[in-house]
Design a protein around this ligand. Structure first.
Ligand code: MRU
Length: 382
């Protein structure tokens, strides 16, 4: 997507000084600084990657997956050539997996890298294979998000046909399932960008998304950069807007979706789904298949829900004049709880928008669309 007229992905390779060398530095946008500053960060060690994912310099299911894939590539580069190579790779895989538990893209990326590395005979070939795989994961993520835009656009156009001319389609979204959460395009935002670019008038209600405010700081920044009409709202506003006919559809992303269509997404998504259900507002979830956990069916009991530092609830970050500051919101000694995700049961989801098309949140429909996953697989852990 464009930032000040220049095309960026959220993760890319820094060109090596000698073009015959393998890239040894990966660059990302440090999202903690947005929307106030655009900071590019260099990642060159497994530690750098683990910290960047856990502390959310990079975040969002697709980008977490791509970052973990590049983290594993960097592990092959920094691992010693001899017999200690394998142990270093296993340790890097454990480090990556421990960073964030909910987004399944991370597990998929690490598993895919381990298989690619194991399948190459020499250390040099293992490094080449890991680089090739990291590039493939990043490119697939961008391509899949782009395809989600095409399928979602048809839904937005359908809603548009029932509105009076000039009236925008009002879309509510939660958190940031935008291009910043993936490698490019985003999931929930991809149909929005496609509609905007096709001349379909859209207006987005952006949930601020406490505690880290990814909606207010990231989604609003993205939409504004692309010229999409939007309004930031406090998290509790969506139900009121739906009761008054001010929301035509909800589109959210997902961090892990079961093969039966239960959706884990940023905390608060479930409440929006309940309000949408009560008001007859269609509730769509946009996700690439890399976010589907084909090994589980029951989201409530089988999806691990990350709990983060309670200080993310107790403090809030913002700009005071030119300086970014954190301020305390609660009495200094009040404890806080910080559940990062919740699960929306499939029965509250109108449809899933995937790279292969739109389908009902049901196991048989998902498997029809992704027949290679007809058999339930288990996820490898190391
Ligand atoms: O905690 P985050 O910011 O990594 O959470 C991811 C999200 O932004 C949302 O849950 C999003 O809606 C899912 S799409 C990656």
């Amino acid at each position: 997507m464009l930032v000040d007229g220049r095309h960026y992905r959220t993760i890319w390779e820094k060109p090596p000084a000698n073009e015959r060398d393998l890239p040894s530095v990966i660059q990302v946008i440090d999202q903690r600084a947005l929307p106030f500053e655009f900071v590019v960060e260099d990642l060159a060690t497994v530690d750098d990657f683990a910290r960047a994912i856990a502390d959310m310099h990079v975040r969002g299911a697709g980008l977490i997956g791509a970052a973990a894939a590049y983290g594993m590539y960097i592990a092959t580069l920094n691992a010693p050539d001899g017999h200690a190579f394998g142990a270093a790779i296993d340790q890097a895989a454990r480090r990556m997996r421990a960073t964030r538990p909910t987004a399944v893209n991370l597990t998929h990326a690490v598993d895919r890298q381990l298989a690619a590395i194991a399948g190459a005979p020499s250390v040099k070939q293992k490094r080449d294979a890991a680089l090739h795989t990291a590039r493939a994961i990043a490119d697939e993520d961008a391509d899949h998000c782009c395809a989600i835009g095409t399928h979602g656009l048809a839904i937005i156009e359908g809603i548009r046909r029932h509105k009076t001319s000039g009236e925008p389609v009002n879309i509510l979204t939660h958190c940031n399932a935008g291009w910043l959460a993936f490698v490019d395009h985003g999931t929930a935002t991809s149909p929005i960008y496609a509609a905007h670019d096709a001349g379909v008038p859209v207006h987005v209600w952006v949930d601020e998304t406490r505690p880290r405010n990814q909606g207010a700081s990231l989604t609003a920044w993205e939409l504004g950069n692309h010229g999409v009409e939007h309004t930031v709202i406090a998290d509790n506003t969506g139900g009121h807007l739906m009761q008054h006919g001010m929301v035509d559809m909800v589109i959210v992303g997902s961090d892990r979706t079961t093969r039966a269509g239960d959706v884990a997404n940023k905390i608060g998504t479930y409440l929006k789904a309940l309000a949408a259900h009560d008001n007859g507002v269609p509730f769509y979830v946009a996700l690439p298949s890399s976010t589907i956990d084909w090994s589980i069916t029951d989201g409530l009991t089988q999806i691990p829900i990350e709990q983060r530092n309670p200080d993310e609830v107790r403090f809030i970050q913002g700009a005071v004049h030119d300086s970014v500051q954190k301020v305390l919101l609660t009495p200094p000694n009040s404890p806080a709880a910080n559940y990062a995700f919740d699960v929306t049961p499939a029965r509250l989801v109108t449809a899933l928008i995937t790279e292969r098309g739109v389908c009902a949140p049901q196991e048989d429909k998902l498997v029809e669309m992704f027949p290679e996953h007809r058999t339930k697989t288990s996820i490898a852990q190391s």
